[in-house]
Design a protein around this ligand. Structure first.
Ligand code: GDP
Length: 408
């Protein structure tokens, strides 16, 4: 079966981080929460849910795949592995080419470290919209606003807090959601995704108002009508703020900042909401242009002629060689024969797999926007283009224009 989720609900993202900032922990929490919420949606028998959770906890969730797909609130998120080490610069570049948005992850104590600068600039070259997550807020010396300033000063980005922390270090208990103007107190329990929602404490109210104004103003700058409304009425609605935040982020005019402690199960849930509400869907990027013939363009659309880019090859102990593809346009069917335009060779597609954290799902077809693994692609190398022989395209060194989001 091909993908059931509409293209507008697909997010292909990566996490860019300096080593040790907590990429593995954040990824594991994402997979844990998404696995659990998806399971909870499907399974109505409480006992079955418990069994699944215990199994997961015993085994521990490991992310060994180059791309892991998960579900969060009707959205399909593919988490594409973006290596954090400077030695893997080429690999980082390849991963950045196939994702539509990224989470830039920072340690609340370490801040913007040299490695984060390198990856940041690479991602800017590929025009990848980003949201930031300041992790390890529970550590002694955690300095959220210091990291926000670091993103501004060292990376030249217009970092705008979407949340502000309540407390720091061992007193870090929650965040103020500046869009909803509510205080959220997280449940530290590893099984819990819940939080208590309360009014903002009186001593933080003034600063919360100032930060909310800052957020609205910086986003509204990107939209004349909203700016006018903001000046006339003094504020915007929750929906309006999400809309302009998304528009400004996708245009790479702002970088929304969230915070938490992955280790203590705080804040990653808000980050996931941020991913689906702010980062672009695959069809929000302009048509992909052939690197050898600019007139040959493909829209990210199932009805276009097939094209895909191979971005990683891994060896799987059961499946053998697995080639990870990003499908840009059209449909790729299991068992079909396609054309590798880089190698000028026909290639037979074996099994098509969607990789989840705890299983591989065999699928009949992959469609535009999908990230899938293919078994049996003998001649295809990393960076090759796959397409149809009679309508050849080359995506090898393609340029990635910034996404265009319409606001209406
Ligand atoms: P990676 O190198 O970026 O993948 O980082 P890891 O996820 O492996 O984390 C590095 C270390 O930081 C590990 O010892 C984690 O347990 C720890 N860590 C990750 N997140 C947090 C956090 O939110 N708070 C604290 N105190 N430690 C964390």
């Amino acid at each position: 079966m091909a993908r059931k989720v509409p293209l507008k609900n697909v997010r292909n993202i990566g996490i860019m981080a300096h080593i040790d900032a907590g990429k593995t922990t954040v990824s594991e929490r994402i997979l844990y929460y998404t696995g659990r919420s998806h399971k909870l949606g499907e399974v109505h028998d409480g006992a079955a849910t418990m069994d699944w959770m215990e199994q997961e906890q015993e085994r521990g969730i490991t992310i060994t795949s180059a791309a892991t797909t998960c579900m969060w609130k009707d959205h399909m998120i593919s988490l594409i592995d973006t290596p954090g080490h400077v030695d893997f610069t080429m690999e980082v570049e390849r991963a950045l080419r196939v994702l539509d948005g990224a989470i830039a992850l920072y340690c609340a104590v370490g801040g913007v470290q040299p490695q984060s600068e390198t990856v940041w600039h690479q991602s800017e070259r590929y025009e990848v919209p980003k949201i930031a997550f300041v992790n390890k807020m529970d550590r002694i010396g955690a300095d959220y606003f210091g990291v926000v300033e670091g993103i501004q000063n060292m990376l030249g980005a217009n970092a705008v807090p979407v949340v502000i922390p309540i407390g720091a270090s061992e007193d870090f208990v929650g965040v103020i959601d500046l869009i909803r103007m509510k205080a959220l107190y997280f449940n530290e329990d590893a099984k819990g995704m819940e939080w208590d929602e309360k009014d903002i404490p009186a001593d933080l109210l003034e600063s919360a108002k100032e930060w909310r104004n800052n957020l609205v103003e910086k986003c509204a700058e990107q939209d004349e009508a909203m700016m006018e409304k903001f000046f006339e009425e003094g504020d915007l609605s929750e929906d309006e703020i999400w809309t302009i935040l998304r528009k400004a982020t996708c245009a790479r005019e702002v970088v929304p900042v969230f915070c938490g402690s992955a280790f203590k199960n705080k804040g990653v849930q808000q980050l996931l909401d941020g991913v689906i509400k702010i980062l672009p869907a695959p069809n929000e990027i302009p048509p992909i242009i052939c690197t050898k013939n600019p007139d040959n363009q493909r829209k990210v659309d199932d009805n276009e002629v097939f094209s895909a880019l191979s971005f990683k090859i891994m060896s799987d102990k059961h499946m053998g060689k697995l080639t990870y593809l990003r499908v840009y346009s059209g449909t790729l069917e299991a068992g079909s024969t396609i054309w590798n335009s880089t190698q000028q060779k026909k290639q037979r597609i074996g099994r098509l797999l969607r990789m989840h954290s705890n299983r591989q799902e065999a699928i009949d077809a992959a469609v535009a926007g999908d990230i899938v693994a293919v078994a049996g692609l003998d001649a295809t190398k990393t960076g090759d283009t796959l397409c149809t022989q009679d309508n050849e395209i080359h995506l090898e060194a393609m340029e990635f224009p910034a996404p265009v989001i319409s606001i209406s």
